[in-house]
Write a protein that binds this ligand. Structure first.
Ligand code: ADP
Ligand code: MG
Length: 242
């Protein structure tokens, strides 16, 4: 079953073409790791999927919902594509629990009591039940990112988009976030993950995409592409990240 479809997608900033006629299909349950040089358009690629950026050509669909649909369709599409950012983006004035309750109450119209139950279960799942009354400022980066993942999951999205979720973390805090992501992948969540964590790509990814100069330069099994890079561009890139 197709979860995300790109049809001849063109994304430009001014005269600068970032995504140049990209077509691709991602099925339910795939864990797609996206890599590429800095500035190659990885964040833009993710942001186009949940319509945080508008596209200039082609179409992107999440399930049956199009980024070019009417506003109500786009709102629904955004709810179906949970996003986790490099900088966590939690609400600083809300506790961990309140952060996770926010989406279910405001985007799904869930009752306060039910949202609370959902949020507690998710915070348990990411190993933070005992920190639920803490504010983001009282949590480590790794803990904040796990709250951000719980918050994105709370509205029960169809797929999860991760934009360098561990890049802002000290190396010793990365594994706790990667572990939560690995568990999620094993549960069958469809995930698109921009990351430089090649170990994650190899062990958890079902597919690796290398974006370069506006195009998908490579798309295949992570183990094959990583152990036997088919181009000098990918070889050079991998030498810089590992
Ligand atoms: P990556 O995530 O791979 O580092 P980005 O998607 O952030 O790359 O950016 C791709 C290109 O688009 C870069 O050249 C960047 O400068 C440009 N870009 C990103 N966002 C904007 C924007 N809002 N306005 C203009 N140019 C942008
Ligand atoms: Mg980026």
């Amino acid at each position: 079953m197709s979860m995300v479809t790109f049809e001849h997608v063109v994304k430009k900033f001014g005269n600068n073409t970032i995504l140049d006629d990209i077509s691709l299909n991602i099925n339910k349950g795939e864990v797609v790791v996206v890599v590429g040089p800095s500035g190659s358009g990885k964040s833009t690629f993710l942001r186009c999927i949940n319509a945080l950026e508008t596209i200039q050509g082609g179409d992107i669909r999440v399930g049956k919902l199009s980024v070019r649909g009417k506003p109500s369709e786009v709102r629904e599409l955004r709810r179906e594509a949970g996003m986790v950012f490099q900088q966590f983006n939690l609400f600083p004035q809300l506790t961990a629990l309140e952060n996770v309750m926010f989406g279910p109450i405001h985007a799904r119209g869930m009752s306060n009591r039910q949202a609370r139950e959902t949020a507690i279960a998710l915070l348990e799942k990411v190993g933070l039940a005992e920190r639920m009354d803490h504010y983001p400022g009282e949590l480590s980066g790794g803990q904040q990112q796990r709250v951000a993942i719980a918050r994105a999951l709370a509205v029960n999205p169809l797929l999860m988009l991760f934009d360098e979720p561990t890049s802002a973390l000290d190396p010793e805090l990365r594994h706790e976030v990667l572990k939560v992501m690995k568990d999620l992948a094993e549960e069958g969540m469809t995930m698109i993950v921009v990351t430089h964590e090649m170990d994650f790509a190899r062990k958890v990814g079902s597919r690796l995409i290398f974006i370069d100069q506006g195009k998908i330069a490579h798309d295949g099994p992570p183990s094959e592409l990583l152990s036997n890079p088919p181009s000098q561009r990918l070889k050079d890139f991998l030498q810089h990240v590992v």
